[in-house]
Design a protein around this ligand. Sequence first.
Ligand SMILES: *Cc1c(COP(=O)(O)O)cnc(C)c1O
Length: 240
Amino acid sequence: MLVRNIEQLLERIDTACLAAGRPAGSVKLLAVSKTFGADAVIAAMASGQRAFGENYIAEGVEKILALRQYLAHKPQTEPLEWHCIGPVQSNKTRLVAEHFDWMESLDRLKIAQRLNEQRPADLAPLQVCLQVNIDGGANKSGVLPADALTLALEIAKLPRLRLRGLMAIPEPAADFAAACAVHGAVKVLFDSINASGQLAQTMDTLSLGMSGDMEAAIHSGSTTVRVGTAIFGSRQTPLA
Ligand SMILES: *Cc1c(COP(=O)(O)O)cnc(C)c1O
């Protein structure tokens, strides 16, 4: 069931890539497993899926540890890649630094500095995306577009972090054109930061698009779509 859902999604992603004149396979699927257990992650892995996203730190770490134990008996399996995509308070940064591979929802220098200090020396640098509040949505996380370049340059100086790109969660749009306009604004910002010539390493990741707006995001240049419901089904407790 989950495998079929993932296969259908990969087809949908490839169709959107072709429609946008982009090569098939150029957009990565991040499976958002929040609120579902380690058993659901294991079921999804049967499709070859390796990248999983979590919003809630304690829940995510519990799953990461359970899967590490499960995979310890399966040395042939490619390792999983865990992305933190939810808001992180200062008192949770250590858990993120010690257990996740990616932090996509970074929007403050203070959090970045803590993650940099707390990233264990024996792990690869934490791969990070700056979350951008592209549409000024009420109570929304994310750096404002006007402040994104300055923050990106500060983060790029931190040796235990590796700035990979931008992430955004736009409000649902009325139609395809409106969705493309808001996703396109993130792409313009992404290109302008890269074109500033001030980053030692070019950003390569644009994490944009979910179940409902994936086609518009891919049309606008997304390189990672984050999908939960269309893989795992609807969540019991509706969470932000
Ligand atoms: C929950 C969540 C998703 C996945 O949303 P679905 O509607 O279930 O596909 C993607 N990105 C973020 C940041 C999320 O919190």
